[in-house]
Design a protein around this ligand. Structure first.
Ligand SMILES: Cc1ncc(COP(=O)(O)O)c(C=O)c1O
Length: 410
């Protein structure tokens, strides 16, 4: 088992963060973004101080060094998720990756007779790009029913999928309810109907071993900043034949072989075709360092620690009077709750007064209230550097029930 207390020494934020209301920070907003270890900071600094140059666009050693770094990055990311190097496209993050699939693939191939299946638990970034496809092609958007608990299951997918379904776009781990979906089974059902499975891995790839070949997903999207890497860098994985079929959403330098005055363009093969413009090279340095750092710790160890922390947190939180937990049985480090009679944002503001960083509101899953009936919730989300003391701090702050706020109407 890894020791989060030792691991914290790798993260300068634990030493250097600003005080929150005079308190040391208890950071429980890791589903939103994560802290960066020295290794990532050093890698980015290396680019800035020793290797600054563009890629592909020069005939000198510095450029070659960065070309090699990008090639290495594709290999490191590919190895991390068991994909081929050429199946890795660098984007700015999950949002951009899903937009690429939606606008570059779905908008090209879907028609008004087709359907895309989503769930009510998806993040805005896995809903709005598909709405755009619907607007552009006339295709239907439908929703796979969730179980009573809020899970996506292959059984429920079977109830709604048909030969009209062309894309099933779902998260492997949802960002509010935090359930780990059985993506392998979901992909199997999707494929039986000839549909593609576009998996939103924003909340899964940072926390567990994800193997695209084993899951047999057609696309996988994730963000660097949620796995200890920098903001502004992310990944789109796609089966190579699908990347080849995609149109570039962004066009410009670096993605073409030639173009002519008659408006003809010959694009480079994927992934370059999908990476127009200067890459976030600094971000790529950081991403590689982040993935190597996680691999050194071990994804299985990260998953185990988070599961243990979750068990511990639930054991404390479930006994707190008036605390309603929406996902007691979820498997991830995300726990979502409300205090009866207290508005979620007031609760999060109260927690802030104790130095505890949690998120409140809709967490970008703005259709989920159709399922939970709650317009706002508070979400605590852990990572492998979360300690029992962090969890204790949250439980202690909450333990007086709703009595800490005047707005309590029990
Ligand atoms: C499930 C899920 N999908 C997509 C996103 C969007 O990620 P990004 O803002 O890094 O593009 C998030 C971010 O919280 C998320 O949790």
């Amino acid at each position: 088992m890894i020791d989060p207390y030792r691991i914290r020494k790798d993260f300068p934020m634990f030493e250097n963060h600003i005080k929150m209301q005079g308190h040391d920070l208890v950071f429980l907003d890791n589903a939103s973004t994560t802290f960066k270890p020295f290794a990532v900071i050093k890698a980015e600094e290396e680019y800035l101080t020793r290797f600054t140059s563009n890629t592909h666009r020069g005939d000198y050693d510095l450029c070659f060094a960065n070309d090699s770094k990008v090639a290495e990055a594709r290999h490191v990311v590919g190895h991390f998720i068991n994909a081929l190097d050429k199946e890795i496209v660098f984007t700015s993050g999950t949002t951009m990756s899903i937009n690429f699939i939606a606008l570059g693939y779905a908008a090209k191939y879907l028609t008004k007779d087709d359907e895309i299946l989503l769930t009510l638990a998806e993040h805005a970034s896995n809903i709005l790009p598909w709405y755009k496809v619907s607007e552009m092609t006339g295709c239907k958007i439908n929703f796979i029913p969730l179980t009573k608990e809020g899970r996506l299951t292959a059984e429920n997918l079977k109830k709604v999928i048909s030969n009209k379904t062309k894309i099933v776009a779902v998260a492997q781990v949802t960002n509010v309810l935090g359930f780990v979906n059985d993506i392998k089974e979901i992909a199997k059902v999707a494929h039986e109907y000839g549909a593609l499975l576009a998996c939103d891995g924003a909340q899964s790839v940072p926390h567990m071993k994800v193997d695209v070949k084993d899951l047999d997903v057609d696309f996988l999207s994730f963000s660097g900043h949620k796995l200890c890497g920098p903001t502004g860098i992310g990944v789109l994985y796609g089966k190579y034949e699908l990347l080849e079929k995609m149109d570039p959403v962004l066009s410009g330098g670096g993605n073409n072989v030639k173009f002519e005055t008659d408006v003809s363009v010959k694009y480079l093969p994927a992934p370059a075709k999908l990476e127009a413009g200067t890459l976030n090279i600094q971000g790529i340095y950081g991403l590689v360092a982040a993935i190597k750092y996680l691999e050194e710790i071990g994804m299985e160890n990260i998953e185990d620690l988070e599961k243990n922390n979750r068990k511990y947190a639930i054991s404390l939180l479930k006994h707190i009077p008036d605390l309603v937990i929406y996902n007691e049985d979820a498997e991830s480090g995300i726990i979502t709750f409300n205090m009866k009679g207290v508005f979620a944002q007031d609760l999060a503001t109260y927690l802030n007064s104790k130095g505890i960083a949690c998120r409140s509101g809709q967490h970008c899953a703005k259709l989920l209230h159709h399922f939970t009936g709650e317009l706002a919730t508070v979400r605590m989300s852990m990572y492998f550097y979360t300690t029992k003391e962090d969890i204790d701090a949250l439980a202690n702050a909450l333990k007086n029930g709703g009595n800490f706020l005047d707005a309590y109407f029990a």
